[in-house]
Design a protein around this ligand. Structure first.
Ligand SMILES: *Cc1c(COP(=O)(O)O)cnc(C)c1O
Length: 401
């Protein structure tokens, strides 16, 4: 498999993503069923003592003890490695499980980490509080500025964490440029690809060493499970797995099975979600009640050219600001009938959040302003409802404010 082929959407054996998500796991525990079996077993029997000894010393064995691996995990891992173009993958019990396990596996006291000023909130907490507690220094940089990453590099820089596009204003990081800074210095680049999905962006092709996901979002795709995935080389995966079995962020076999079911339709879901979201973003931009729309697929996004270069589609999440302030924004969100007022993103149902309402009580208005969250800010994760119905719903809610 070469990278050029992958950019045409082709993976192992020359197959497209739509085929890879159905067949990459064909050879795992092939017991003649068409739908995969759920291996609801905490532990697995060896045929004899020699086999047991072998299982016990094989890293990431899929049939030894479910914290170490499980046949349903193995299926998900095969599919995800194909989609991200990495040698292998490791599933975890949540997206945060994937991120914290990766970071704790790869950095030690005395190391330096570079991360972005904007990250998923719990990732930001790892950078602000957890890593410093263990003697790891962290520098946060403005992600839109590649020279800020370059200037932050020190002799002890071990890892750079990127996340693109990032909440809440969908700022984009030039992943290839960051990877180019890191590679000659032996710095590991970890990319949180949750907001893009592997259908829209492949950070490993752009030079990232480790790609992490919250599988809770597009990969599962139905708002029914919490899970995570780490996609990387055999070498790094084994190092991360050794920490994983100590931390114990394990995906249940049932949730792994639901995740596998979700992955079977990932390419077609993301394709339709991309189309719906772009159409809705353009529609919003044309409405007089809207102050500004943030979506990397719009020509008005300050990094639209970069987004087009590193993404094949722009995803579900649109952010926008409503004219009229906090109360008007509350009225708008309450007047919407189709999207549920709930956190998360990338699933079949549209979800909407009034960001300032979510953070009120947790952050002061001043802190929100610094974080780029004005009081009239809305985050909309576009689902698979018909685009005409979504537009009509948004229009009636705008007229209600
Ligand atoms: C949701 C999310 C996470 C955390 O994932 P969980 O599955 O909720 O633990 C991490 N990063 C990003 C970008 C997310 O959207």
């Amino acid at each position: 498999m070469n990278k050029r082929d992958r950019h045409e959407g082709l993976g192992s054996g020359g197959f497209h993503n739509e085929t890879l998500v159905i067949h990459s796991d064909d050879e795992v525990s092939n017991d003649g069923t068409v739908a995969p079996a759920i291996y609801y077993s905490a532990t697995f029997r060896a045929q004899n003592a020699a086999e047991f000894a072998d299982m016990a010393k094989t890293p990431h064995h899929p049939r030894y003890y479910t914290r170490y691996g499980n046949p349903v995990h193995e299926r998900v891992e095969k599919v995800m490695a194909e989609l991200e173009g990495t040698e292998t993958a490791l599933v975890t019990g949540s997206g945060m499980g994937a991120i914290s396990t990766t970071l704790l596996a790869l950095v030690s006291a005395g190391d330096h980490v570079i991360a972005q000023t904007r990250h998923y909130m719990s990732t930001a907490k790892i950078m602000d509080e957890l890593l410093p507690r263990f003697g790891v220094e962290v520098t946060l940089v403005e992600q839109a500025d590649v020279t800020a990453f370059a200037d932050a590099i020190r002799p002890n820089t071990k890892l750079i964490m990127v996340e693109s596009p990032a909440n809440p204003t969908l700022v984009v990081t030039d992943i290839a440029a960051v990877a180019e800074l890191a590679r000659p210095r032996g710095i590991i680049v970890v990319a949180d690809n949750t907001f893009a999905s592997p259908i829209n962006q492949r950070p490993h092709d752009l030079g990232a060493d480790v790609v992490v996901h919250s599988a809770t979002k597009y990969l599962g795709g139905h708002h029914d499970l919490i899970g995570g995935v780490i996609c990387t080389s055999h070498e790094l995966a084994e190092r991360i797995w050794r920490t994983h079995i100590s931390i114990g962020s394990v995906l249940s076999p049932m949730d792994a099975w639901l995740l596998l079911r979700g992955l079977r339709t990932l390419p077609i879901r993301v394709e339709r979600i991309n189309a719906n979201a772009l159409a809705l973003a353009e529609f919003l931009e044309a409405q007089p009640q809207i102050e500004r729309v943030y979506y990397p697929g719009l020509a008005s996004h300050p990094q639209h050219e970069l987004a087009k270069r590193q993404m094949r589609g722009f995803g579900a999440v649109i952010a926008f600001a409503i004219k009229g302030g906090y109360e008007a924004t509350e009225r708008f969100v309450s007047a919407l009938k189709l999207p549920y007022n709930a956190v998360s993103l990338g699933g079949v149902d549209s979800l909407v959040v009034h960001t300032a309402a979510m953070w009120r009580g947790v952050m002061t208005e001043e802190q929100m302003r610094i974080a780029g969250i004005p009081p009239n800010f809305v985050r909309f994760s576009v689902g698979l409802e018909h685009i005409d119905d979504l537009k009509a719903d948004v229009l009636q809610a705008l007229q209600a404010i």
